[in-house]
Design a protein around this ligand. Structure first.
Ligand code: AMP
Length: 459
């Protein structure tokens, strides 16, 4: 196994690595860094958690240490799909470049153009940006990309999902063809292959085993359930989520709740907050400052639960999460691996729960195919909903008895069977519901029958 010292990094970079406390390079680092230092293009097939950020920042710092930036002409460019990811790359640069004098600017939405322009005007060595914001600056005539020596595209597969590929192509064309390119993607969709063929020159392919399997440290469960209509489905999902969170007790130190849609991120966040949980949300439409604050709060444990969309959470380096909750079954099976990979890291134990409605079963099937295992089904009782349903049922029975008890016998029996059938498919709660119905019936004031309660009503 290679050591950092074998990779050829400068003493100043090595000193920073020492300070951070890494002893051995990760596989992507030991493979990519020597080639990047030689000046070769690198095509890294790796996802977050593999150490790829240091894989490209360390050689960049080493190489950029020599030379000076000119006004409005950055010397290197890192493109990241989301603001958070760009900010995270910037944090990494700050850490690893602390003994090297390099100027850096972060161009992301939600930060004033004026401040960013001022930095660029002075000249920066490293420009870290989201594609849209970079092009905004370029179009305003504030930026020249003809001095780019090294260009990094990070999380290209996410760029593709977010529709950034045309922007990336445009940016590539604005930079000199003599540049060195370091390109990272977790998957190689045809569109991404096409781009790499067009813009990378004889790249060194560095592939880190894809994480198609989920960690053995993670206990996974899925709760399959159904409800009578869409509104109830959503409510029941929120109730189930809360019940699971509450059942987990002290095991849950912090957790991420993933939703497929931004609108649900908001709703779930508000619902958890209303029920007294310490919670924050991140998704693409939220104000940048708020997103940063939430993330910082989550990292320093002020916030216990983070409700997030995939895009906003992708690539974020959040250490040690005890729980991941999939409020929705992810549509892309690979997202499941990414999501639950947030827990059970570095040998720690983790728990992953997923809620699955009948229309999501097709996605669940795909996930199970990908991870090559069946995710254990869990049956959960819903105290809140059950009580409401029981109250309604008790009222109905009461009414029926008042109208005509004898005639209602058969109806009551069949209604009970129907209720049992239309229950969630969750065995334990079905049994309990039956018991509760019987108990409640005993308590009902039976009118028009004197003291005698017919046996069928007690069955
Ligand atoms: P990344 O895949 O770049 O998001 O990195 C994932 C995590 O691994 C981050 O928390 C890094 O700080 C950490 N990391 C990166 N390189 C190393 C290393 N060589 N040894 C230990 N941890 C590392």
């Amino acid at each position: 196994m290679k050591k950092f010292i074998d990779l050829g990094l400068s003493p100043k970079v090595m000193k920073a690595i020492n300070d951070v406390g890494y002893d051995t390079p990760t596989p992507i680092q030991s493979e990519a860094i020597p080639h990047a230092l030689e000046g070769r293009d690198v095509l890294g097939i790796a996802q977050t958690g593999t150490g790829k950020t240091a894989g490209f920042t360390l050689p960049m710092i080493h190489k950029l240490a020599r030379g000076r930036a000119r006004a409005r002409m950055p010397r290197s460019l890192v493109l990241a799909p989301t603001r958070e990811l760009a900010a995270q790359v910037a944090e990494n640069f700050e850490q690893y470049a602390k003994y090297v004098k390099l100027d850096m600017a972060l161009l992301i939405g939600g930060v004033s153009f004026k401040d960013q322009d001022r930095l660029i005007d002075r000249g920066v060595d490293v420009l870290i940006a989201t594609p849209g914001r970079l092009l905004d600056h370029f179009e305003r005539g504030k930026l020249l990309l003809t001095g780019i020596e090294i260009m990094v595209v990070d999380e290209a597969d996410r760029m593709l999902d977010m529709g950034f590929i045309p922007d990336i192509e445009r940016i590539f064309k604005l930079t000199p063809f003599t540049r060195q390119t370091l390109f990272f993607s977790a998957t190689m969709a045809p569109e991404i292959t096409r781009i790499t063929q067009e813009f990378l020159q004889n790249p060194k392919l560095v592939e880190v085993a894809r994480q198609a399997t989920t960690s053995e440290n993670i206990t996974q469960n899925v709760v399959c359930f159904k409800a009578d209509n869409r509104k109830l489905e959503a409510k029941k999902k929120r109730d189930l989520l809360r019940t699971i969170i509450e059942n987990e007790g002290d095991k849950l130190t912090n957790g991420i709740v993933f939703c497929n849609r931004k609108v649900d991120v908001d709703i779930v966040m508000k619902s958890l907050k209303k029920h007294g949980h310490s919670v924050g949300a991140i998704h693409g439409d939220l104000d940048q400052r708020y997103r940063m604050e939430v993330l910082a709060g989550f990292k320093n444990n002020d916030i216990t639960l983070l409700v997030a969309s995939d895009v906003a959470a992708r690539g974020l380096d959040i250490p040690a999460v005890s729980h991941v909750f999939n409020f929705d079954v992810p549509i892309h099976a690979e997202d499941y691996v990414h999501r639950i990979g947030r827990t059970g890291r570095a040998g720690r134990k983790g728990w992953a729960f997923m809620l699955c409605l009948p229309h999501e079963i097709k996605h669940l099937d795909k996930i199970e195919e990908l991870v090559k295992q069946a995710i254990p089904r869990l049956e959960i009782e819903l105290p809140a909903l059950k009580n409401q349903e029981n109250k309604k049922r008790a009222k109905k029975i009461d009414k029926q008895i008042q109208t005509n008890p004898a005639e209602k016998h058969q109806e009551l029996k069949s209604s009970k069977t129907a209720q049992t059938k239309s229950s969630d498919g969750m065995k334990s709660s079905k049994d309990t519901e039956d018991k509760v119905t019987q108990k409640d019936t005993q308590k009902l004031p039976v009118k028009g029958l004197g003291e005698h309660v017919p046996a069928f009503l007690l069955r």
